[in-house]
Design a protein around this ligand. Structure first.
Ligand code: AMP
Length: 216
């Protein structure tokens, strides 16, 4: 039975960091819609050019573009055993589309860990976040510093601060999350698969809480 896990929560709640840990632990692909968009921007594809206009302002990329992109990702064979989804779905329309996509190969969303954190925590984390240029590995100046300043521990590529991690955009992204993504909390709660995680804890403690829910 394939295992599809959707990580839900505001930007900065720790979804990306925990997705990396889970993907490694369960040997499943980590599918981050934000990373795929950033990759397209880097390669200057048509999708990248379109997505950038929304991302740089902290807005969501329209559903049709996002769903088409994820469909393409799910068409690759590494997704048949399951996947850790980080940043998708972000609207009820995307969640409906995901359900249809997964049912196409006999899968469904099994569990939705929902990460909570206060706005102060989110802002502090995003403003101190550094991302690896090559593969999107995530570090934090205080909470998860790289061994060598400015360099990724995993692939030696340079670390950079995302444009949308700048203070004003961060606050807007939190508002966008509350108005457009938060309805998914009820969406998945109604289906009985939502599991609340205290995302304010240190990385190892969040990982331990997650593991406790997953390996029952
Ligand atoms: P993230 O890396 O998940 O914080 O995403 C960065 C940005 O990419 C978001 O602020 C959106 O502009 C865009 N994005 C990522 N995932 C989605 C999605 N599922 N739907 C719409 N826009 C998205």
């Amino acid at each position: 039975m394939p295992t599809y896990i959707v990580l839900l929560g505001p930007p900065g709640a720790g979804k990306g960091t925990q997705a990396e840990i889970l993907a490694e632990r369960f040997s499943l692909p980590h599918i981050s819609s934000g990373d795929i968009f950033r990759e397209n921007i880097k390669k200057n594809t048509e999708l990248g050019v379109l997505a950038q206009t929304f991302m740089s302002k902290g807005e969501l990329v329209p559903d049709d573009l996002t769903i088409a992109m994820i469909k393409e990702r799910f068409s690759r064979p590494d997704c048949v055993r399951g996947a850790i989804l980080d940043g998708f779905p972000r609207t009820p329309a995307q969640a409906d589309a995901l359900e249809v996509m997964l049912s196409g190969f006999g899968g469904k969303v099994e569990l939705v860990p929902f990460f909570t954190a206060t706005d102060e925590t989110l802002i502090e984390r995003l403003a101190g976040r550094w991302t690896c240029r090559a593969n999107g590995h995530i570090f934090h100046v205080r909470f998860n510093p790289p061994i060598k300043e400015g360099v990724c521990d995993f692939d030696d590529s340079p670390l950079f601060q995302r444009d949308d991690d700048k203070a004003e955009t961060v606050i807007h992204r939190i508002h966008v999350y509350r108005s457009q993504t938060a309805p998914l909390i009820e969406y998945y709660r109604k289906r009985g698969i939502l599991a609340e995680i205290n995302g304010s804890q240190p990385i190892e403690d969040v990982a331990a809480q997650l593991m406790g829910i997953l390996v029952k």
